[in-house]
Design a protein around this ligand. Structure first.
Ligand code: FES
Length: 193
């Protein structure tokens, strides 16, 4: 008896505070999988929305900024020059330089520059516009829209069109290059310049 009592006394005492960690049940496991799937789906949705809303216009494509050498800008009073990829006319008038959106403000046709008449004429319904884009006649409800333009001169100075897109006077300075922002069209309010 004494021997058995001694053996019991030597046996390690059971730890009363030991934490019993049970393996997750099948139901819990499925719940974790479902939660991870939902989190992944939500992440993909947010990422897709983010990239969808990001502006995707690159320089040199319509909607982005076009850089044109000063050599390609027409002299004052010369015929406007077409930039088809950017959908704008470079027009250098006595009032200053403008980048005109090529699309007619009536129903969206493309007016052509007619040198003999010194004006833009729309082939669809006959609207006509001056070299500044100002409305002359026809059903167009307003003058031609414009694009904001930054002009970089050879002397290192720059000038940018104001919010109305008014012609930029060149004051006899030579243009190094221009930057035309086709992503921010300036809508003309009416038929007046
Ligand atoms: S679309 Fe130009 S006049 Fe109608």
């Amino acid at each position: 008896m004494a021997t058995a009592s001694a053996a019991r006394a030597k046996a390690p005492a059971k730890k009363k505070d030991a934490v019993q960690v049970a393996a997750p049940s099948r139901r819990e496991f499925l719940f974790y999988i479902w939660g991870a799937s939902m989190a992944l789906l939500a992440g993909e949705t947010v990422a897709g929305l983010f990239f969808f809303l990001l502006p995707r216009f690159r320089a040199g494509t319509f909607g982005g900024v076009f850089t044109v050498s000063g050599e390609d800008v027409p002299p004052i009073g010369a015929d406007p020059v077409n930039e088809p990829a950017g959908r704008f006319w470079m027009s250098n008038t006595e009032q200053g330089y403008l980048s005109l959106f090529q699309v007619c403000t009536h129903l969206g046709c493309l007016p052509k520059w007619v040198p003999t008449n010194n004006r833009f004429e729309c082939p669809c319904h006959g609207s006509k516009f001056e070299a500044t884009g100002k409305y002359i006649e026809g059903p167009a409800p307003r003058s031609l829209d414009r694009f904001p333009t930054t002009i970089i001169f050879e002397d290192g100075t720059t000038v940018t069109t104001n919010s109305a897109g008014d012609p930029v006077p060149l004051n006899g300075k030579r243009i190094l290059k221009i930057e035309v922002d086709t992503g921010n069209r300036i809508r003309r309010p009416g038929r007046e310049l």
